[in-house]
Write a protein that binds this ligand. Structure first.
Ligand code: DAH
Length: 343
């Protein structure tokens, strides 16, 4: 084949290969193959001296032009690749400015914690110190020491979660009274609040949960009276719910208090005129109260001839339900954020 034709073919091959080049390595391979020290175009140019004289000028001119064309095709292949990779990068890094922004979710205290903190805040403000006890409690602190004898209905296996014969998930926060008195006796006054979780096996409906929360209060000193108990609870209820609130005591029975009372507040929904929340009674029960039973004082290390005391216990879940008009206690334990976010 004629050298000039050969050069044209080489030129076409090189340009085609450069057009197809997918990366820098492809380009470099083409450059070496045609323009490298042993490249086909290079060899032709180098061999011009051996050609017949009349061909030299044409081959030299075409050879140089082909070389220059390939060089400039290499340059454009390089810039084509660079542009492609820039475009790819832009596409990959693209930000969709129309997509909705990321929302921040703020945590908050659980409604029971909020209600508990409110109750504690008031009582601590009245001079009570916070005391706690274990959730797995012994028979003595949960029952016997609180004057609840072994045949008392509250001890029924149906009502309590027993761990062993002697250990029970506490059914009330009242054991904190006993534990605390034992710890500090004979110091006076004893003035504590005992917040905590309690457990009852039989409780499971819209207003009862097998796990719920109570807040206990205990005051022991010389000359403590039932009147002071009433005044304290009235003051507490008004600080919690407002000056207009009424407190009502109903005679009741608790083994660890004598006398005992059921504590009601005027209904926060109807203001005392009667509605479905208060079953038309105008009052809502918030807990129990009474004068600490002499036996319990004695079990705590105090002499009932020398000192007296009052105690009360409140259901905190009930408070949360009243505060937010929650119709079913179980909402408080399902941890559904659609519910929790509203409170
Ligand atoms: N522990 C009682 C209950 O769970 C509530 C209670 C009643 C607590 C009278 C007291 C009290 O401190 O004096 O039903």
């Amino acid at each position: 084949m004629d050298v000039l034709d050969e050069l044209q073919d080489l030129r076409e091959d090189a340009l085609r290969e450069l057009e197809a080049a997918g990366d820098e390595d492809d380009i470099e391979r083409v450059r070496v193959r045609y323009l490298g020290r042993e490249g086909s175009v290079t060899l032709i140019l180098r061999g011009i001296g051996e050609l017949p004289t009349e061909q030299r000028a044409d081959v030299g001119r075409l050879g140089n032009r082909v070389k220059a064309e390939i060089e400039s095709a290499i340059e454009s292949a390089r810039s084509r690749l660079a542009a492609e990779s820039r475009r790819r990068k832009l596409r990959e890094d693209a930000v969709d400015v129309t997509s909705p922004g990321r929302r921040h979710f703020y945590g908050r205290r659980h409604p029971i914690t909020q209600a508990m903190d409110e109750v504690l805040g008031i009582l601590v403000g009245m001079g009570y110190a916070v005391a706690t006890g274990p959730e797995v409690e012994t028979d003595w602190y949960n029952f016997t020491g609180l004057n609840i004898p072994p045949d008392h209905p509250a001890r029924d296996m149906q009502d309590s979660f027993y761990v062993t014969d002697n250990l029970v998930l506490r059914t009330q926060t009242s054991p904190v009274q006993l534990r605390h008195m034992e710890k500090v006796a004979p110091k006076l006054p004893v003035r504590i609040v005992g917040p905590g979780r309690v457990f009852r096996r039989g409780d499971d409906d819209a207003s009862h949960s097998p796990v719920f929360h109570q807040c206990e209060a205990l005051l022991v000193d010389e000359g403590v009276t039932f009147g002071q108990l009433r005044g304290t609870l009235l003051d507490f209820a008004r600080r919690l719910l407002g000056e207009h609130v009424q407190v009502r005591f109903r005679p009741s029975y608790f083994p660890f208090t004598e006398p005992s009372a059921e504590v009601d507040i005027s209904c926060t929904v109807c203001g005392g005129t009667g509605c479905s929340t208060c079953s038309q009674t105008g009052f809502l029960e918030i807990g129990g109260a009474g004068m600490v039973h002499p036996l319990v004082l004695e079990n705590g290390g105090y002499d009932p001839e020398q000192v007296s005391g009052f105690a009360f216990g409140m259901g905190v879940d009930r408070m949360a339900m009243l505060k937010w008009s929650i119709p079913d206690i179980r909402y408080l334990y399902q941890n559904d954020v659609r519910f929790l976010q509203q409170l």
